[in-house]
Design a protein around this ligand. Structure first.
Ligand SMILES: Nc1ncnc2c1ncn2[C@@H]1O[C@H](COP(=O)(O)OP(=O)(O)O)[C@@H](O)[C@H]1O
Ligand SMILES: Nc1ccn([C@@H]2O[C@H](COP(=O)(O)OP(=O)(O)O)[C@@H](O)[C@H]2O)c(=O)n1
Ligand SMILES: [Mg+2]
Length: 220
């Protein structure tokens, strides 16, 4: 069903998906979806790797998917490159399409969606297109100066890991991403993690969230 609907997504996706008939991806799929949020350099990717190792989730990094699209000769490549260089948010229909392609591939039904949704537009597009919501949301809460320090020493050759773009990304984080975090906090779905400390210390805050999720799955 999902495979069929993804094919229809390719033709039906548009900026303004407003009608019920445009919803795709049936809610019946027994998936666990976790959104992983936090500012640039807050440690999302690092902690996702640990969650994958310990709890067997599939890690989908929105940023990695967009970067792959740049080098894959995609029609969106140059637009994505310009957007990332400016620290802005790529239009939701592009990002959701890439995420959906991953959600439907393979057998794993436990997903970490890292760096998404980064705006209310991202959130609403995902909910509308998939007809589903995350089971829970992690927020890595990190002071700005620590994020800047980490990004500047990340050393992955990223075009957006420079001080000018970081300043822009931090502004975008505050204006567009924080409202999404607030939204999930109000829904009672947010797990706030203090992102300062060693990687292992931080993972000890993350672990119980997923352990509780596993326990619940065993009981039900
Ligand atoms: N707890 C931590 N303390 C110090 N540095 C960290 C910590 N967690 C991650 N890092 C480093 O900070 C940089 C950014 O981490 P990353 O996981 O890529 O963050 P994000 O995906 O949120 O941008 C990386 O170089 C990573 O090795
Ligand atoms: N949902 C998303 C995620 C990332 N992006 C773009 O990709 C860039 C890098 O995202 P990322 O998640 O890899 O960045 P980090 O927070 O890991 O440093 C962002 O600054 C945006 O320009 C986006 O437009 N929409
Ligand atoms: Mg990352």
């Amino acid at each position: 069903m999902l495979r069929r609907t993804i094919a229809s997504l390719k033709s039906s996706i548009s900026l303004h998906i407003t009608e019920e008939k445009d919803r795709i991806c049936p809610k019946h799929i027994d998936s666990v979806i976790t959104f992983v949020l936090g500012g640039p350099g807050s440690g999302k990717g690092t902690q996702c790797a640990k969650i994958v190792e310990t709890f067997g989730f599939k890690h989908l990094s929105a940023g990695d998917l967009l970067r792959k699209e740049i080098v894959s000769d995609s029609e969106y490549g140059s637009m994505i490159l310009d957007t990332i260089r400016e620290g802005k948010i790529v239009p939701s229909e592009v990002t959701v399409k890439l995420i959906l392609r991953e959600l439907e591939s393979g057998d794993n039904h436990k997903f970490l969606i890292d760096g998404f949704p980064r705006s209310e537009e991202n959130r609403i597009a995902f909910e509308h297109i998939t007809g589903s919501e995350p089971n829970f949301v992690l927020f890595f809460d990190c002071p700005e100066e620590e994020m800047v320090k980490r990004v500047l020493s990340r050393n992955q050759g990223r075009i957006d890991d420079n001080i000018d773009t970081i300043k822009k990304r931090l502004k975008v984080f505050e204006s567009l991403n924080l409202p999404v975090i607030d939204y999930y906090a109000k829904k009672g779905k947010l797990h706030r993690i203090n992102a300062v400390g060693t990687e292992d210390e931080i993972f000890e805050q993350v672990r119980p969230v997923f352990a509780a999720c596993e326990k619940k799955a065993t009981i039900t």
